[in-house]
Design a protein around this ligand. Structure first.
Ligand code: NAD
Length: 297
């Protein structure tokens, strides 16, 4: 029975994953190379739990127990030593993830399952960096983790059926809905989402329509909660580009080639919300959707 969970990486996804496990009664070790990032993650979790209490979705007791069940660590070896499950949510970089999995494999108990929250890196490749490929699996949460219902579970080439069953059951214990898919580039979520975002950027690049028109067509016409360009800003244009490159390289099909406008925007450092400008401009404290001057008519 999984009870002790170590989360490696305390950024956007790591803090959300730690939050959800702690809220559901698990003991959590949150690990990051940066103490400042760990402090920020604990503050974010505290704020988000308080918001859930205000909304009446959790009690004050759950809030207090959740906060008390999270410990932090800057050492992977120490942080995974008692883990039943490790969920890696560190920066999306293949060499970095292979190194983290090597270290986690060496230090975690032999029975522990090692999961990755990667958006696009091959689970089979990550598993091959360990001596327990049958216990390595993808556990792809969506952002923001406490809110989003889906967990995309990715079976690597060697993942055992027992491990898949156990991660499926665990996702249900977290109040999520698991979907099991196989390990091919982009899995399902990004294989379908990223070509749509890329096509929206191509439509803008070719002058078919403006930013607001493209997003409004998809919001009102397809009942999407946000348009593809706004979503790209939310995800990060650098992240979108790197996933498209994984699809392009993985399938060798030109239909996945990233739009030159996306490539240019990333080169110019216009990465979306995190840099204050992408297809829209963002001002702290304002929720207004303002098209970037670059794309105003
Ligand atoms: P992020 O940049 O917000 O956080 C990454 C964290 O990893 C940072 O705090 C960094 O200090 C830490 N880190 C780097 N090297 C480390 C190491 N060796 N040991 C421990 N920690 C280390 O990134 P994120 O957006 O949270 O993404 C994390 C993972 O989740 C990526 O694989 C990404 O593809 C995936 N993902 C992201 C989203 C999203 O919308 N942001 C959605 C689904 C999946």
């Amino acid at each position: 029975m999984i009870q002790n969970v170590s989360v490696i990486g305390a950024g956007t996804m790591g803090n959300g994953i730690a939050h959800v496990f702690a809220q559901h009664g698990f003991k959590v070790q949150l690990i990051d190379v940066s103490q400042a990032q760990l402090d920020k993650a604990i503050a974010t979790i505290g704020k988000n739990l308080a918001r859930q209490v205000q909304k009446g979705s959790i009690t004050e007791t759950i809030q207090a127990n959740a906060l008390a069940s999270i410990s932090t660590n800057t050492s992977i070896a120490e942080g995974v030593a008692g883990a039943d499950l490790v969920v890696e949510a560190a920066t999306e970089n293949t060499a970095l993830k292979l190194e983290i999995f090597k270290q986690a494999d060496a230090a975690a108990p032999a029975a522990a399952i090692l999961a990755s929250n990667t958006s696009s890196i091959s689970i089979t490749k990550i598993a091959a960096a360990t001596k327990r490929p049958e216990k390595v699996i993808g556990m792809h949460f969506m952002n923001p983790v406490p809110v989003m219902q889906l967990v995309e579970i990715i079976n690597g080439y060697a993942t055992s059926a027992d491990v898949t069953d156990s991660i499926q059951a665990l996702s249900v214990r977290l109040g999520k809905t698991p979907c099991v898919v196989n390990d091919y580039p982009g899995f399902i979520a990004n294989r379908i989402l990223m070509p749509m975002i890329n096509e929206a950027i191509y439509s803008l690049y070719e002058g078919v329509a403006g930013v607001l028109e493209i997003d409004t067509v998809m919001k009102l016409g397809m009942a999407h909660p946000m348009g593809p360009l706004q979503l790209a800003d939310f995800i990060g244009l650098d992240v979108c580009l790197s996933i498209l490159l994984v699809l392009h390289n993985g399938f060798g099909n030109p239909k996945y080639a990233p739009c030159p406008l996306l490539v240019n925007m990333v080169a110019a450092g216009k990465l979306g919300i995190k840099t204050g400008e992408g297809f829209y401009v963002y001002t702290a404290g304002s929720k207004d959707l303002v098209v970037s001057p670059r794309f105003r008519k």
